[in-house]
Write a protein that binds this ligand. Structure first.
Ligand code: C2G
Length: 130
């Protein structure tokens, strides 16, 4: 049995999010997703996500490809989360390429190519322009 873990904000959930979660799940038997808290986002970007953490995690948790969801409270806790959830594989999009290689000592680190031409930031811009 192999367990996959991934992390993200998943704000204004879109196809790019769904595709990375499906591909992550296909690498193992179980997928655990760390959804970043509003506070973590605020500390990173000085703004709150459009959708609150309870909405974001409820959407992710409802997906067929997701087995378990938890709140990612801090970027500094990744090692602890990987250990706690006994993850064998850490998956991230390739916008994070190389950033998590330090965890190669406790799990396999896999970066998957991002889905082209879609992002939360772009969606916000498109809606603003209309
Ligand atoms: N993603 C993707 N294709 C897109 C957009 C996003 O594959 N077109 C992937 C990202 O690479 C990431 C995941 O979807 O792996 C979630 O993306 P975000 O919600 O933007 O998450 P992020 O803000 O990168 O949070 O601990 C790390 C952070 O919590 C990651």
């Amino acid at each position: 049995m192999s367990r996959v873990i991934t992390f993200g904000t998943f704000d204004i959930f879109h196809l790019g999010h769904l595709q990375i979660l499906k591909r992550a799940r296909a690498l193992g038997d179980e997928l655990i997703v760390g959804v970043s808290t509003d506070a973590l986002n605020f500390s990173k970007k000085q703004r709150n996500p459009i959708c609150c953490q309870n909405s974001r995690s409820e959407i992710v948790e409802a997906l067929k490809c997701v087995d378990r969801v938890f709140f990612e409270e801090s970027l500094a806790l990744k090692r602890q989360y990987i250990t706690e959830f006994k993850a064998d594989i850490l998956v991230m999009g390739d916008d994070w390429q190389g950033k998590f290689d330090e965890f190669n000592d406790i799990c396999q680190v896999v970066y998957l190519p991002r889905t082209p031409s879609i992002s939360t930031t772009e969606l916000i811009e498109i809606v603003k322009e209309r």
